[in-house]
Design a protein around this ligand. Structure first.
Ligand code: BV8
Length: 236
């Protein structure tokens, strides 16, 4: 049982969306829809074969928008908790799906970008997108084709809003990692940053990915997220 928390940072990974029917990164053994990561999730891959990369993200976007993919009870509980918790709360996700927003989360950072966004390589303007797009799609800023790419952080690229994330990590007293294997840097180091500032660090995951966490609670997110976060709410 923990002392009352004043400031909480939560990091989620592909595991929190697993029960919504979205394949995790690891379960595909480093392959996504049978493509080597280098071919579909790096700037070099996009340079080599842009059409393959457009198709890869178009397919994942359509899967995300299909009727059977919905937020699960872990997403919903986190959104409810954010609105009930009296202290500071930041949700950082490595996921590029929109399930946290659809569940009602607001103070949310997509550090690896978003499937439902694209950006122009010339203007860097970001646009919402729900349909397929590719090299021939005109951007609304340049009014010409060939400038748009998925608004996704690929391997070798700088994750988004790192200053905001680090500030929150340096001032939180509880850090909770949910459904992440800790394979991808810099997200995999967040719990260490929080620990330096004496935060209590907890991992919610069927597997224990590192002995560095103060606490590991085994289970599926839909079961253990409500149980654990309830202990962080003040008892009036
Ligand atoms: C950067 C967008 C510089 C793409 C993604 C050598 C050593 C260390 C690091 C590196 C290295 N070589 C290169 C690097 C850096 C590299 C990296 O970490 N590579 C790894 C592979 C070694 N990182 C980068 O390039 C990053 N940029 O470093 O810039 C920098 C940074 C900071 C400051 C200065 C400079 C950029 C990385 C971003 C890559 N893009 N996504 C896309 O999605 O198409 S990452 C991609 O991987 C996804 O976002 C995904 O989230 C992530 C995988 O991680 P997880 O989310 O953890 O998913 P995974 O499947 O692995 O695990 C699922 C977990 O869920 C499991 O533990 C499982 O047990 C659990 N689970 C399953 N079911 C459930 C569950 N949990 C709860 N409930 C369940 N039901």
């Amino acid at each position: 049982m923990r002392a009352r928390a004043e400031s909480i940072v939560v990091l989620t990974g592909a595991g929190i969306s697993a029960e919504s029917g979205i394949k995790t990164f690891r379960a595909a053994d480093g392959l996504w829809e049978n493509h080597p990561i280098d071919d579909v999730a790096t700037p070099e891959g996009f340079e080599r074969n842009p059409q393959l990369v457009y198709e890869f993200y178009n397919q994942r976007r359509q899967q995300l928008l299909s009727d059977h993919v919905k937020p699960n009870s872990a997403h919903s509980y986190l959104a409810k908790f954010e609105h009930e918790f009296p202290g500071k709360f930041l949700l950082v996700t490595q996921n590029v799906d929109n399930l946290h927003e659809r569940a009602g989360s607001e103070n949310l950072v997509h550090m690896h970008g978003e499937l439902l966004k694209m950006h122009c390589l010339n203007s860097q303007l970001i646009f919402d997108i729900a349909e397929d797009f590719n090299f021939d799609t005109e951007c609304r800023c340049c009014r010409s084709p060939g400038n748009l790419r998925p608004h996704i952080v690929w391997f070798g690229e700088m994750p988004l809003q790192m200053n905001k994330i680090n500030q929150a990590l340096e001032s939180c007293d509880v850090f909770v990692a949910i459904g992440t294997s800790g394979n991808v840097y810099p997200a995999s180091g967040f719990y260490q940053t929080a620990k330096i500032r004496r935060a209590h660090t907890v991992e919610l995951n069927p597997e224990s990915t590192s002995s560095g966490f103060d606490e590991h609670i085994a289970g599926n997110a839909s079961e253990i997220v409500p149980k654990y976060f309830e202990t962080l709410l003040p008892v009036y």
